[in-house]
Write a protein that binds this ligand. Structure first.
Ligand SMILES: [Fe+2]
Ligand SMILES: [Fe+2]
Ligand SMILES: [Fe+2]
Length: 433
């Protein structure tokens, strides 16, 4: 299927990216997803790299190569729980299509990703002597690269290891693997650099450099639309967070307007709101959904999400401001926040806006361990947090002055998100069990 819109492929051929580099953004998502457990270390990177190299040998089109690279980086992003991610490490496992379908359902709404979503949707379809030909060829390539990355550790002696695993992989042709793809793999066997790249500690940079500078750039409009998709990826992992980022984004933008920040910043605050909990992709759903109080260890894991948001976003070209505002949403003016422990003087105004938006939204929502608080209680807590030096007093005062209006609009935005979440859940249950 052809993509409906290809803006991200046509902006600038050489030179630097004027918008947001899509690959850098996708790389950070992949990295987040693999932080969940050390056994997943760089899994998405390895699959992306190998799928791309196989695609080169198979002389696939440029479009297919990008699909292999981005598809490899995102293929397991729909495996929300810790258990699902670990299950996918087995060579053959029960219901492999669920996580593929989840990723497809979320990514297909982003126009430039229409064909990529299809590739991911079918990345566990076996070749079955040709009966698997009804799905995109790239899906079979990602499938093969995925299975190679499961059976090989790429740690010690990667060159010996890959030759040693060749007969095992061959035994699954043509039941699991397409014969042509296996032939391409045979050609790669004698190219030492491929297997040494996979074992390299610089794999991230190597993958990054596969795309010429200036390719795969997002303009501002597409960037914002992609942020919405990412917010779904973050929020839809649990019913308890399903509408959180949408609410924070709305409130942050509204506070930006009310406090007189320049117009150009309003949408950027909105984007920061959508991305602020990005690091939660690295937190097992089992912790996000725990119905009782977290243990100290679980609390430490949970708190690390703010750092991960920073680690992921801060190195993306042209995204420095948003990265900072987003990752400082748990900082407090009195220096008692995390992950940096910065004080009011050290925090940007926009970061303090994010903190207020996050607290307000969180208090107004159901949590696994308590129902949403009543409006009066939300007001009191915000006042207390401002008085004790946690939240910025001026920003809290502005919110309290417009409390009913902000609360009503935020609810509306979140109700819309809740509908989208319900439709998403229904589709998953119907088509993927
Ligand atoms: Fe998978
Ligand atoms: Fe995988
Ligand atoms: Fe957070």
């Amino acid at each position: 299927m052809e993509d409906r819109k290809v803006t991200y492929l046509v902006q600038g051929n050489r030179g630097s990216c004027h918008g947001i580099p899509l690959l850098g953004f996708v790389l950070c998502l992949a990295e987040m997803a693999d932080f969940v457990d050390h056994r997943l270390f760089e899994h998405h990177l390895k699959v992306a790299y190998l799928a791309f190299r196989l695609g080169e040998v198979l002389r696939l089109s440029e479009r297919s190569l990008w699909n292999l690279l981005l598809g490899g980086l995102l293929h397991d992003i729909g495996a929300f729980s810790y258990q699902e991610r670990l299950d996918a490490l087995h060579f053959e496992f029960h219901n492999p299509h669920r996580h593929a379908f989840v990723a497809y359902t979320l990514l297909r709404d982003f126009d430039p990703f229409v064909s990529l979503a299809e590739v991911i949707r079918f990345h566990h379809v076996p070749w079955e002597e040709g009966r698997g030909r009804g799905v995109p060829f790239e899906s079979h390539v990602v499938h093969f690269a995925d299975r190679v990355s499961i059976v090989c550790s790429f740690r010690e002696d990667p060159l010996g290891e890959i030759w040693e695993k060749e007969p095992f992989l061959r035994s699954f042709v043509p039941r699991l693997f397409h014969p042509e793809i296996f032939e391409a793999f045979r050609k790669l066997l004698s190219r030492d650099y491929v297997w040494l790249d996979l074992a390299s500690s610089h794999l991230r940079r190597i993958v990054h450099d596969l795309v010429p500078p200036g390719k795969l750039c997002l303009n501002t409009e597409d960037f914002l639309r992609f942020c919405r998709i990412i917010a779904h990826l973050i929020d839809f992992r649990s019913a308890f967070t399903a509408t959180h980022s949408a609410g924070v984004a709305y409130v942050a933008r509204r506070l930006g307007e009310l406090t007189g920040l320049p117009r150009g910043k309003h949408e950027l605050l909105f984007a920061a709101g959508l991305l602020h909990d990005l690091g939660k992709i690295a937190i097992p759903v089992e912790i996000l959904e725990k119905p009782g109080p977290l243990t100290e260890k679980e609390m430490r894991i949970m708190k690390s999400h703010a750092y991960y948001t920073f680690a992921a976003l801060s190195w993306i070209q042209n995204l420095k401001d948003i990265a900072l505002w987003a990752s400082e949403h748990h900082e407090r003016c009195n220096g008692r926040g995390y992950p940096f422990g910065r004080t009011k003087e050290e925090l940007l105004f926009e970061s303090r806006v994010m903190a207020v938006a996050d607290v307000f939204t969180a208090l107004s929502e159901d949590r696994p361990y308590r129902p949403a608080l009543r409006p009066q209680r939300v007001r009191e807590i915000l006042e207390d947090m401002a008085a004790s030096g946690g939240l910025d007093t001026d920003i809290v005062a502005m919110l309290l002055d417009h409390f009913d209006e902000i609360r009503a609009s935020c609810r509306e935005v979140q109700e819309q998100s809740a509908l989208e979440y319900a439709a998403f859940r229904q589709e998953i249950v119907r088509f993927a069990g």
